[in-house]
Ligand binder design. Structure first.
Ligand SMILES: Nc1ncnc2c1ncn2[C@@H]1O[C@H](COP(=O)(O)OP(=O)(O)OP(=O)(O)O)[C@@H](O)[C@H]1O
Length: 550
């Protein structure tokens, strides 16, 4: 049902036109057969009227078929494009936790396999509507020829459908299982690519990764795919048998039951043969519809339902000028990670107020909650309890995206884009070149046509480029999550002694997550986390304004 809604939401008119053209092709094809059937009865006699009818019907059958196909190709290319864009937008607008929880494997499977399956079914749909219409037109003709024989045909058909359903139902669990295994296989593909070094370095790990994870999953998928394919092939075989049964009845049984004119019998034989193609195609398309339903369900389970309104974590409003802020405050703020066995980590309650222009170092041991705090503070995760306020205004679902736009960040799991998106004109390009120079990368990286010439650099150099991005964004609040961890001692010093004070001097608010205790005295204030809570919040000293411009 959801599939039908989706089909009609996307390109309803061309799909309808294609279906109508398909019906016209099928009906005119069937009409050609009635002319043939009629002429077979008068072999040897000439009729120019019949010849003209034959010619017009044949041309109509071929041309409408071509039109129907062309419309389908036109629609199909657009449907696939639209779904790719829509699903990407859904992923962009979904809350970050939804994206993280789903994982790369499931999302990539949705973007590739599921979209392909749904698009295939959408494209099949009008063609199969046309096939169903052709079958109905054929049956109408059969009823006109002999109602009682046509009724027997309908009865046999109904039995065939019931039989198909009984057999095909057994394929469903394997279809679902094969699709679930595909997610797992993609996550192993990720390991294969991202963990290639680790796998190359250790023979036993490599062997076990293949023998315990990747190969069994691929084998399992093969088994399930084989199972549902043979079950449906068997069900298709049953359907084929029905046509032979129909032909057999027309040829061998019906003449003994009651007198039927030879033209009636040949009509039944011809129509049985003609219907065979469309009905076989209809039955053959059923797996595609089943696969598409499974794919749609998968996408919905990811929290990214296509074609339905959902909770948006991003706003499409134009970026308006914002008045400078005075303070950000967290009051009794709580956030929990849910594991399989309930809550796995709780941040908070956290109470803190950060005033504009402060340089705050957030410190603490591994797993104490610093990065989680950063994600809440920047509005990347919605908090579970307590309040987040900007100048006294509560931050919630409606204004979180706008709130986020005040931050420039380099998070610990940052991603570096080769293009510096979101900045236009030569101004940023000149700025970028200048900053690249200041970051000590001038001999490595250039800005060419709005793109960085390379991002294939060392970890530390890549992080400098991430910093470049943050500088270009030029927002009010900077947040760096262990930015200096990969830097050499000289550049670490530049970061703490030049860059941070320069940002402060420029009126920026800076939050630095750091393990570099030798530089802690560079902060205005130190906030220490332990087990998800602030255990220390102390002023260090007033930072002198820096002389170095960033
Ligand atoms: N994506 C996640 N899913 C589930 N739990 C998480 C996730 N990220 C962090 N946690 C939980 O939150 C705790 C705190 O993690 P967090 O990354 O905030 O610590 P941290 O202080 O930044 O550590 P580090 O100094 O090692 O970066 C972890 O111990 C873990 O239990």
């Amino acid at each position: 049902m959801r599939l039908l809604v989706l089909i009609f939401r996307n390109s309803a008119l061309p799909l309808l036109l294609s279906a109508l053209a398909g019906v016209a092709a099928g009906v005119s094809g069937a009409a050609v057969l009635t002319v043939i059937n009629e002429r077979l009865d008068h072999l040897g006699e000439t009729s120019s009227r019949a010849a003209w009818v034959f010619l017009v019907l044949a041309i109509t059958a071929v041309s409408t078929k071509v039109v129907s196909k062309l419309l389908l190709v036109w629609v199909s290319t657009r449907v696939v494009r639209n779904m790719r864009v829509e699903l990407s937008e859904k992923i962009l607008s979904a809350p970050l936790r939804t994206v993280e929880k789903n994982g790369r494997g499931a999302l990539l499977a949705a973007l590739t396999t599921d979209i392909h399956q749904i698009a295939t079914a959408m494209i099949e749909f009008p063609e199969q509507c046309a096939n169903a219409a052709i079958a109905m037109a054929c049956f109408a003709y059969l009823f006109w020829l002999s109602w009682w024989l046509a009724l027997i045909y309908v009865g046999i058909f109904a039995l065939g459908i019931i039989d198909y359903k009984i057999v095909a139902r057994r394929a469903q669990p394997s279809i679902v299982e094969a699709r679930s295994l595909w997610d797992v296989l993609i996550s192993y593909y990720n390991d294969l690519i991202d963990g290639n070094k680790e796998l190359k370095m250790h023979r036993a790990r490599r062997g076990e990764f293949m023998s315990r994870s990747l190969t069994p999953t691929a084998t399992n998928m093969m088994r399930h795919s084989w199972r549902w394919n043979w079950i449906l092939a068997l069900a298709n075989g049953h359907t084929q048998m029905i046509f032979f049964a129909l032909l057999g009845i027309a040829l061998f049984v019906a003449p003994h039951v009651s007198f039927l004119a030879p033209q009636v019998l040949s009509g039944f034989v011809l129509m049985s043969l003609y219907m065979g193609g469309p009905i076989a195609s209809l039955v053959g398309a059923i797996p595609n519809f089943k696969l598409a339903e499974v794919s749609l369900k998968k996408i919905t389970e990811l929290g990214l339902a296509l074609g339905e309104a959902d909770h948006r974590d991003v706003s499409n409003e134009a970026d308006a000028a914002r008045p400078p802020f005075g303070s950000v405050e967290l009051r009794g703020l709580v956030y929990s990670y849910e594991g399989e066995e309930g809550e796995s980590f709780r941040l908070g309650p956290v109470d803190i107020r950060i005033d504009a222009g402060e340089l705050v170092f957030v410190v603490g041991g591994n797993g104490s909650g610093k990065s989680s705090f950063a994600r809440i503070l920047t509005g990347l995760y919605p908090h579970d309890g307590g309040d987040l306020l900007l100048d006294g205004e509560l931050i919630g679902d409606d204004n979180r995206d706008t709130y986020r736009q005040r931050f420039s960040t380099v998070l610990s799991d940052y991603h570096l884009f080769k293009s510096i998106y979101g900045m236009t004109g030569s101004e940023w390009s000149n700025g970028a070149s200048h900053l690249i120079d200041r970051l000590g990368l001038a001999r490595k990286v250039k800005v060419i046509d709005g793109e960085l010439s390379t991002i294939d650099l060392s970890q530390g150099q890549r992080k400098r480029l991430a910093l470049l991005n943050a500088f270009l964004e030029d927002r009010e609040i900077y947040l760096f999550d262990e930015w200096a961890a990969d830097q050499d001692p000289a550049f670490k010093r530049v970061f703490y002694h030049d860059i941070l004070p320069a940002l402060k001097a420029a009126g920026k608010t800076v939050v630095v997550i750091s393990h570099d205790d030798q530089y802690f005295e560079r902060a205005d204030r130190i906030v220490r986390f332990e087990e998800g809570r602030i255990v220390e919040d102390r002023l260090v000293r007033e930072q002198p304004a820096a002389k170095v411009a960033v």
